[in-house]
Design a protein around this ligand. Structure first.
Ligand code: NAP
Ligand code: F7E
Length: 326
C-alpha cells in the first residue's frame, strides 16, 4: 500500500503540483481547504484531480487547531507538507497581524497537533529565502548558514516558523525539515506576483487586450525557478534519512527589468512603449537581491532542476497567449 500525505495549502500553486506528484508516486493525498465564500474558484488549480480517488479534501484552517487535530486523526499521515500561508510579501505589510497569525502561529498550531496526534509523521515546512532579508554572503549568495534578517512581516513570520520547527525537532525528536526555497513560479502562480503579472500582461498587450503594464521596483533581482522542480525537492527532503534544513534555488538571478525585457522581446514588442512604474507597488522596505547556493541540496539529495528561467517564462507567456486566444 502507498503512503499517506497531508498537504496544507493544497489549492495553492505549490500544493497543486505537489498533489499531482504524490498521486503519481502512489500516495493517498489529503488536503485542507479553508472556507471561502466562492467555493467554485477556490479549487481551480486542483479541479483536474477532484475525481481521483487518491485525493481527499477536508475543510480546516491553520488558525483552528481543533480542525487540524480532526484532519490528522482522520488521515493518519506519514508525511505532512505545511504549505499554507499568507504568502504575498507586499500584502503582508497591509495585513501584518493576519500574516503573523497564519504564517507563524498557524505553523505552531500544526506542530502541536502533529506532536499530539501523529508524532511519527515527517513534517515539511515551507520556509523562504525572504527570511534572509538583505544579508548576502561575501560571494554574492545566500545559503543555509547566511544570517537571517527579514525585512517584511511575511519574512518575520517565516523566521518564527523556521525556528519553531528546529525547536520542535530538537526538543521532541520529531522529524521536521525546512525547505528554504527561493522564488518559484509557473502558470499557476497568483497573477499578483511579478513573473505571472508580467507574463499575463505581455500576452494581453500582444493580443490588443491591454495597453500598459504598471510595476513597482524593477531593479530588484530574484532567483526564479519552476514550482514543478521545487515540489520534487520538497518530496526529496522528506525522503532523506534525517530531518535537516535545505536551500533550494537555481543559483541564477535576474532583475525584474530583465524579466520584462525577456517577455516583451519574446512577443516582438518594445517594453518602453508600455511599461511604467507606480509607488503603490513598492514595499516600505525592499528586499533588493536574492541568489541561492543550493550545493547542500544537490550533493546530499541529488536534486536537479529541469527548467531554466527562459523555458519557464516561455511556458508562462505561452499559457496566457493561449488563454486569451480561446
Ligand atoms: P500560495 O499559492 O499563496 O498558496 C498558499 C495556500 O495557503 C493557499 O492554498 C491558501 O488557501 C492556503 N492558506 C492560506 N491561509 C490559510 C489558512 N489560514 N489555513 C489553511 N490554508 C491557508 O503559495 P505558494 O506559492 O503555493 O507557496 C506555498 C508555500 O511556500 C507558502 O507557505 C509560501 O509562503 C512558501 N514559499 C513560496 C515561495 C514561492 O516562491 N512560491 C518561496 C518560498 C516559500 P486559499 O487560496 O484558499 O487562500
Ligand atoms: O516580487 C518586485 C518586488 O511579489 C518579486 C513569494 O512567493 O518569493 C515571493 O516573494 C520582486 C520584488 O515575489 C512588482 O518588489 C516589481 O522585489 O513576485 P513577488 P517576492 O516578494 O520575492 C518569496 C521567496 C516568498 O517566499 C514569497 O511567498 O518583484 N516587483 N514590480 C513587483 N512585485 C509584485 N508582486 N508586483 C509588481 O508589480
Amino acid at each position: 500500500m502507498g503512503k499517506t500525505a497531508l498537504i496544507t495549502g493544497i489549492n495553492g500553486q505549490d500544493g497543486s503540483y505537489l498533489a499531482e506528484l504524490l498521486i503519481e508516486k502512489g500516495y493517498t493525498v489529503w488536503g485542507i481547504l479553508k472556507r471561502n465564500s466562492v467555493a467554485e474558484n477556490q479549487t481551480y488549480r486542483i479541479d483536474h484531480l477532484r475525481n481521483n480517488p487518491m485525493l481527499k479534501l477536508e475543510y480546516a484552517d491553520l488558525l483552528d487547531m481543533a480542525s487540524l487535530v480532526r484532519v490528522l486523526q482522520l488521515s493518519k499521515p506519514a508525511e505532512v507538507y505545511n504549505l499554507a500561508a499568507q504568502s504575498h510579501v507586499r500584502i503582508s505589510f497591509d495585513q501584518p497581524v493576519y500574516t503573523a497569525q497564519s504564517t507563524a502561529i498557524g505553523t505552531l498550531n500544526l506542530l502541536e497537533a502533529v506532536r499530539l496526534i501523529c508524532p511519527e509523521a515527517r513534517v515539511y515546512q515551507a520556509s523562504s529565502s525572504e527570511m534572509f532579508g538583505n544579508n548576502i554572503d561575501a560571494d554574492g549568495y545566500q545559503r543555509e548558514t547566511t544570517p537571517m534578517n527579514p525585512v517584511s512581516p511575511y519574512g518575520c513570520a517565516k523566521v518564527f516558523s523556521y525556528n519553531i520547527c528546529r525547536n520542535y525537532r530538537n526538543s521532541y525528536k520529531l522529524f521536521i525539515s525546512n525547505g528554504i526555497l527561493f522564488n518559484h513560479e509557473s502558470p499557476r502562480r497568483g497573477s499578483n506576483f511579478v513573473t505571472n503579472k508580467v507574463a499575463k500582461e505581455t500576452a494581453k498587450i500582444k493580443l490588443g487586450l491591454s495597453e500598459k503594464l504598471v510595476l513597482g521596483n524593477t531593479e530588484a533581482t530574484r532567483d526564479w525557478g519552476h514550482a514543478k522542480d521545487y515540489v520534487e525537492a520538497m518530496w526529496m527532503i522528506l525522503q532523506h534519512d534525517k530531518a535537516d534544513d535545505f536551500v533550494c534555488s537555481t543559483g541564477v538571478s535576474h532583475s525584474v527589468q530583465y524579466l520584462v525585457d525577456y517577455c516583451f522581446e519574446k512577443v516582438g514588442l518594445d517594453p518602453k512603449k508600455y511599461v511604467s512604474t507606480a509607488a503603490r507597488y513598492l514595499r516600505p522596505e525592499e528586499l533588493r537581491d536574492l541568489k541561492g547556493d543550493c550545493t547542500k541540496m544537490k550533493e546530499t539529495l541529488g536534486w536537479k532542476p529541469k527548467y531554466t528561467f527562459e523555458t519557464m517564462m516561455d511556458e508562462m507567456v505561452q499559457y496566457w497567449l493561449d488563454f486569451y486566444s480561446k
